[in-house]
Design a protein around this ligand. Sequence first.
Ligand code: PHE
Length: 496
Amino acid sequence: MSKDLRLDILNKLDSDGSISDTSATFKDVSIESIIGALKSLEIQEKVGYKTLTAEMWSIEPEGKDQLENGSYEARIFHAVPAGDRGIAIDELKAKYGNIANLGQGKGLRNKWLKKDGNNIVRLVDGVVDQTKLDLEIVNKTSTHPSKDVLKDLKRRNLIKSNKVLSYAVHKGANFSTELKKQSTDLTVEMLHSGEWKTAEFKKFNFDSMGVSPNGGHLHPLMKVRSELRQIFFEMGFEEMPTNDFVESSFWNFDALFVPQQHPARELQDTFFLNDPAMAQSLPDFWESVKDVHEVGGYGSIGYRCKWSEEEAKRLVLRTHTTAVSSHVLNKLAQEPYRPAKYFSIDRVYRNEATDATHLAEFHQVEGVIADKNMSLGSLINFLDVFFRKMGLKNLRFKPAYNPYTEPSMEIFCWHEGFGKWIEIGNSGIFRPEMLRPLGLEEGVQVAGFGLSLERPTTIIYGINDIRKLVGHKVDLGMVTTKAACRLDKMMGKESA
Ligand code: PHE
């Protein structure tokens, strides 16, 4: 035997002309190795082969007992003393138990024994234990020349059959006992050197599945994002520029009428920047913001607290994309009035301990609608249409609190797969205390809503720990194997 089974096969063919049954020639070689070697040789047309299936018989535990100790019928025959009286059936039973029944039945059928009243007596002087002899043959050859014997032994649970694969191998068109390394390609070097004249080429395998392409996969979050963008575009929204991850507290909080004493503005909730720590300046309308905080206006009494310019200049990693909305609404206010719809989907940062459902950074999906005569009813109606496009048909709203919206509503939806109401977003009508200082004229209302991108993504892709989706524990293979996303088909259903 050599190291390469293929060489063994070729040498055997060379000496014997053919291999009639690989299971006989290569007894201790696994069937996987044999088929591997044959396939490789077949591609090079060194061999051809036919698949054989053989039935191999092995001895069962009861058969083993009879092979070693004699068949039940022989054992019972020998237990019956010669002579007219024989032995009482009850005595046989008491001594041999179950073997007595089986052995006696077979002995009667063989006409070795007969019943005489309550006794069993011998009909012959001696017997040949054919069952034992047959079992010996099966034990040695894994089969038996007589099909009937095999059938009978199998019926008696003494042997069982196993199907065994093997191959009959013959020489192929390119037969030789040499294994040349086959070239997969005709190269320039081969043409120059003339090697192409003698080289052996590997045959193309047109049945091969090929290598699956390894590029162009979107991360599940980005799959869901592109679906959501599509819904926004369908509904006439413009995308907001979200490329500034650092904002001043002014845009992230103050312009949104978030009081300077608000707990969200503490270090444990917000990432503040060290270097640079402060914005160089505030936009020119900063005094209107200061006023509305300190003394109010537009029907509001404000927070009646001192408002600090320094505090407003502190730089933060934006904690919500509503900071972007405040910029965009301020720009909108510089133009002559027009109704507008804006959205954004991007990262925000919160100084939170991470666990299965929280990350220090996540994506917010945000929409704002500016129009005259907007009411809470218009917002509810809009949300109904929007979430329906995501496949969520059943919404409920719960009064909530945001410093910048009044009224505010948490959005719940019925999840078919989970069989319960789940919180999916937050929404509200922006306060005049926010809108007027930004420059929006009276009579223009702005409704807004936000949700996390991670929530629908984990629901759709059945991911139970958000850290499997983002961060250093991410299995990159997941990016290539997760299905394409159709929000309307996948939300609200339990997913794989
Ligand atoms: N910014 C809010 C949040 O962080 C979402 C929101 C956006 C709420 C717009 C109302 C209006 O959850």
